[in-house]
Design a protein around this ligand. Sequence first.
Ligand SMILES: N[C@@H](CCC[C@H](N)C(=O)O)C(=O)O
Length: 259
Amino acid sequence: MILPFFKYQGTGNDFVMIDDRNETFPADDQALIERLCNRRFGIGADGLILLRNDPDYDFRMIYFNADGAEGSMCGNGGRCIVRFAHDLGVFDRATRFIAVDGEHEATVTEADVSLRMSDIAGVGKQGTHVFLNTGSPHAILFTDDIESTDVVADGRAIRYSESFSPGGTNVNFVQQTDKSALYVRTYERGVEDETYSCGTGVTAAALAAYQHLGVAEPVAIRTIGGNLQVSFKPQIDGTFTDVYLIGPAQRVFAGTIVI
Ligand SMILES: N[C@@H](CCC[C@H](N)C(=O)O)C(=O)O
């Protein structure tokens, strides 16, 4: 089977993107997806995303982590699939699509994709860690020295710790750099490594930093792969609505998979 694919990146979080509106991609073949995402033996990516039709929305997003298993919501992947759908001519400026955590709205400009995230139930705790779910589970650790943090070793220890068993969690290390600015580094579950950026992770970091450090909204966030912005409306009951993840997302190449 010969299958066209595209590759997109959003602040260095990179994805194999497949137009699967005819539903021919073997989505249950975990070994194949893992191989395609492998940086030595495949295309190389943090995840693989299928764009499918949906009767009620412009499209459906199906996201797989680099380990080949279907993941929870991916914020950067969401921004990338919006850019992909726009490139395919699925919509012009604004779109509504469905993902694993429900409905999302998004708009595109030449420079950026603005993605509305799910409303957030609040910033809580799990074990000793600040924890929240922004479509994916995220532990948050505040630090004053992010540059020298061992994100892979420390992140992996928390990801596999008893507190987050059996599902595990993504782990974000967060340093406040200004009144409304953060630097965030993330260990990603399913990639099992530090990635250059994590969209649901920086969203979680912004909300947790608002709550715990009094960071001002909107929050500017630096990641290894580039800059993002998170805006939101905090509610009196501790929940957050109108949560937007904003930043660049672009196609980096196209190719053909031979299965
Ligand atoms: N890179 C993603 C996060 C993807 C979800 C995660 N790896 C998981 O399944 O836990 C993002 O940009 O949000």
